[in-house]
Write a protein of this length. Structure first.
Length: 233
C-alpha cells in the first residue's frame, strides 16, 4: 500500500527535518527572550493595553491558558493572549503580542491576503480531508481519476499554507513598526524581538514545505498510476 511506499520518505523527510529544526529554533528563541526582562517592565498584557488604543484598534483582549497559544480572531475581534505572555514582563512577551496585533492591523486595513486566507478557511477544512480520503480510495482501487480529484482537493491546503507565509511576515513587520513608533523597546530589545519573530516565521516556511512535499508525493503517485494504466491498456 502507498502508505508504506519508501518513496514517500524521499519527499517527506527534508520537510520533516525542517519542521523539527523550526520548532527547535522557535522554542529556543522564545525561551531565551522570555527570560530577558523588558527594561520598561511591560508584560504582554501591558503592551496590548498600550498598542491597541495607540493604533486605533477596536478589539477586546482575553487571557487564555497555555504558552504560545496567542492569536487574533478576526471574526470576533478578540486578541487572545496566553497566560505566559500576558503576565511575563519580557522581550518575548512584548514581541508576541505586537505580532498578533499586527494581524489586528491587517484586519483593520483590509489587508487583501488576510481576507483571502480567512475566506478560504471553510473550503480548505473540507477539501483537504476529502482530498486525502479520495486519494487514498483511488490508490486502493487503482482509479487514476479519483487520485487526481484527491490531488486537486488536497492542493487547497497548499494554497492556504502559501498565503499564510506572507500574512505572517507582514504581521511581524507591522509589529516591529508599532513597537518602534511607541517606544516600547530599546534597540537592543528590538533585536530580541526580531529573533523571536524570525524563528516563528520559520515554522510557517516548514509548514508550507510539509504541505508541498505531501502534495508532490501525491502527484508522483498519480502520475505513476496513470502511466501504469496506459501501459495495461
Amino acid at each position: 500500500m502507498f502508505y508504506f511506499d519508501p518513496m514517500y520518505m524521499l519527499f517527506a523527510l527534508p520537510a520533516m527535518l525542517l519542521a523539527i529544526y523550526a520548532q527547535f529554533k522557535v522554542q529556543g528563541a522564545y525561551k531565551k527572550y522570555s527570560l530577558v526582562r523588558s527594561q520598561n517592565g511591560l508584560t504582554g498584557a501591558d503592551a496590548a493595553r498600550v498598542l491597541i488604543p495607540a493604533n486605533g484598534l477596536s478589539i477586546r483582549t482575553e487571557i487564555i491558558r497555555g504558552n504560545l497559544t496567542d492569536h487574533y480572531d478576526p471574526r470576533k475581534k478578540i486578541m487572545r493572549i496566553s497566560e505566559g505572555t500576558a503576565r511575563n514582563p519580557s522581550v518575548a512577551s512584548v514581541g508576541v503580542v505586537a505580532h498578533e496585533l499586527g494581524h489586528a492591523m491587517q484586519d483593520k486595513t483590509n489587508y487583501p491576503l488576510l481576507r483571502l486566507r480567512s475566506g478560504i478557511v471553510p473550503l480548505v477544512n473540507i477539501s483537504s480531508w476529502m482530498g486525502y480520503i479520495l486519494f487514498t480510495l483511488g490508490a486502493i482501487i487503482r482509479a487514476s481519476g479519483l487520485l487526481w480529484l484527491g490531488v486537486i482537493l488536497f492542493s487547497a491546503g497548499a494554497v492556504f499554507a502559501l498565503l499564510t507565509l506572507p500574512v505572517e511576515l507582514d504581521a511581524s513587520k507591522r509589529a516591529l513598526k508599532m513597537l518602534k513608533a511607541n517606544n516600547l523597546v530599546t534597540s537592543q530589545e528590538l533585536s530580541g524581538v526580531k529573533a523571536v519573530l524570525s524563528a516563528a516565521s520559520l515554522t510557517y516556511v516548514a509548514a508550507l514545505a510539509q504541505t508541498l512535499s505531501q502534495l508532490l508525493y501525491f502527484v508522483f503517485v498519480a502520475l505513476g498510476m496513470g502511466g501504469s494504466s496506459r501501459r495495461r491498456s
